[in-house]
Design a protein around this ligand. Structure first.
Ligand SMILES: [Zn+2]
Length: 567
């Protein structure tokens, strides 16, 4: 299908209308450049457009914009081994000799059509020598020669070449465009494909029409003329959404059996772990989106029915649950490729998700300890009561998006605000303000001269380097309203005017040392001290959870292996 329905004129090209229009204008106005550069990611139609341009320019039919498909030139090009169009893949012909070979042929006039067209694909792969040889020809190309270069990496093409070509930037295709083209092909071929099935191709294609068509072909070879979403998913190894609802349900009910069954189901269906986890990531994202009401069913390309299913599931989880699940998922995705037993790793991580005690928000409890307001007995009691209340109440559905964070901690002095920061942050998370609290995660408050008015405060993200453009910091750059909001909150807490800014900085030497030790558990320190432990850990891919120092040469009570006895 991909081959059969490859576009043959500019009017068939999907998604690159801006390019087709410019080229058509140039052809009509007879203002044609001698050399073109087509850039863009893979599979967006660069080579196809180059072929269309060659076909259009050489057609002998009456219409200058629509190749006739009948004349000598059209037939020659359609035949597959055209005399006037030369395609070179620079990826496999990088050397200067290859290019000389090509340039030799530039001097000979076209045989059938008006132009001799040279299409050089992946042109950035040419060697410097090859580029220089090419440059000479580009400076004074013969009248009958057209060069079309295509590249995925325009930044690697020398400036000397760039200045001598007309450049066209190809866009990635939208899901709509890919879906539309596939729908067109289905109509022409009499294939019954559901919208949902075509959505799967369009989404998996990720902006590349060629990939979309390849997946379509793969599926078509099995399904024939009746293409359902379920069949397409099973052929492409894409996990169905029910699998994830089952997984989340199992996690929510601490149902380990359910978790393992889901992994088993996925394996039985031949779904690999990478698409499984990617799919779960998208699922969690949809849960978040429906929870915060920021997107409609249409925006998410799902049915209203599925949308409300997402919504119901999302509301049965707390923000903390969703954040923890996604954090564990992201960690899992990062570690999976190094794992020798990916299935076990996936199963144990999902099991840990199910073990999550959703009633406990450790962060809140810890924050209470750091908070200066905890100093007095009275305040401490209040804090404990508060933590307990949070633990008890988080099972109930709270409003998912409260606008004003809880005022439980009252007001703070200028000296206290920085150390109270973790408590305040925990408050935002528990009040359900997801994006805002996620953006604040990992930040500290740094205060300036306490006598100054307005009181200077910097929301600081500390990292390995000064330019640690972490996701959290980015959020503040992209959402100025976050900063305004934080300002209001802090001014309320301090009962004074403040001047607030956001900054990043690198760890100081002292902080680096603290950080290194903080990251190391006592057992990890033992691991460093005892090479034997490290070896055991390596052999059994074990996680050290407990270790105890024993006296040398004293064996524990019980069965003893005597090192002096060869038996
Ligand atoms: Zn023709």
């Amino acid at each position: 299908m991909a081959r059969k329905w490859r576009p043959k004129s500019f009017s068939d090209m999907v998604g690159q209308e801006h390019i087709a229009k410019t080229l058509q204008n140039a052809i009509e106005g007879d203002r044609l450049h001698r050399a073109f550069l087509f850039t863009g990611t893979r599979g967006v139609g660069k080579t196809t457009s180059a072929r269309i341009l060659a076909r259009t320019l050489n057609c002998k039919g009456g219409d200058p914009l629509h190749p006739c498909g009948e004349c000598d030139s059209c037939k020659d090009i359609d035949g597959g081994n055209p005399m006037d169009v030369l395609e070179i893949d620079a990826a496999s012909n990088t050397g200067v000799d290859n290019i000389r070979d090509v340039l030799e042929r530039v001097q000979y006039p076209p045989v059938i059509g008006k132009y001799k067209v040279f299409i050089i694909d992946e042109v950035h792969m040419l060697s410097t020598g090859a580029f220089n040889a090419l440059l000479k020809t580009l400076e004074e190309p013969p009248e009958h020669v057209i060069f079309i270069f295509a590249t995925t990496e325009v930044n690697k093409v020398p400036q000397t070449i760039l200045s001598r070509v007309q450049r066209f930037d190809f866009k990635r295709l939208t899901m709509d465009q890919i879906r539309g083209r596939l729908r067109f092909i289905c109509e022409q071929e009499g294939i019954n494909a559901t919208d949902e099935a075509l959505d799967i191709f369009a989404e998996k294609a990720d902006g590349s029409m060629r990939d979309g068509l390849t997946y379509f072909d793969q599926a078509y070879a099995f399904t024939g003329n009746d293409m359902t979403a379920d069949a397409v998913r099973s052929i492409l190894g894409i996990p169905p959404v029910e699998l994830f609802f089952a997984l989340v349900n199992a996690i929510e009910n601490h149902d380990l059996k359910g978790v393992f069954k889901m992994v088993d189901d996925a394996c039985t269906r031949g779904i690999e772990f990478t698409p499984l986890l990617d799919g779960f990531g998208k699922f969690i994202r949809n849960l978040l989106y429906t929870r915060i009401n920021a997107f409609s069913a249409d925006d998410l390309s799902i049915t209203e029915e599925l949308y409300s299913k997402f919504k119901n599931t999302a509301l049965s989880l707390s923000n903390g649950d969703i954040l923890r699940i996604s954090k564990m998922l992201i960690d899992l995705q990062a570690q999976l490729r190094y794992s020798t037993n990916p299935r076990l790793m996936v199963e144990t991580t999902f099991a840990r998700m199910a073990w999550l005690d959703r009633l406990t928000d450790l962060r809140k409890a810890l924050a209470a300890i750091n908070d200066p307001k905890s100093a007095s007995d009275e305040a401490l009691k209040k804090k404990v009561a508060e933590v307990e209340q949070v633990l008890d109440s988080s099972a109930e559905d709270e409003s998912p998006f409260a606008n004003i964070p809880g005022d439980s901690a009252g007001t703070y002095s200028r000296y206290e605000i920085a150390s109270a920061w973790p408590t305040l942050c925990a408050g935002f998370a528990n009040d359900g303000d997801l994006m805002f609290s996620a953006a604040l995660a990992g930040s500290t408050l740094e205060t300036g001269d306490t006598h100054e008015n307005p009181f200077p405060i910097a929301l600081t993200y500390v990292g390995e380097t000064e330019n640690n453009a972490s996701w959290n910091y980015q959020q503040f750059m992209e959402h100025p309203e976050f900063l305004e909001r934080l300002q209001t909150i802090l001014e309320d807490k301090l009962q004074t005017k403040i001047s607030l800014k956001v900054k990043t900085r690198a760890f100081t030497e002292a902080e680096k040392q603290i950080e290194a030790v903080r990251r190391m558990t006592p057992y990890e320190q033992d691991l460093q001290k005892e090479p034997a432990l490290a070896k055991l850990q390596q052999i059994f891919a074990a996680e050290l959870v407990y270790s105890v120092q024993m006296k040398k040469n004293v064996a524990p009570v019980g069965d003893i292996i005597d090192p002096n006895n060869d038996n």
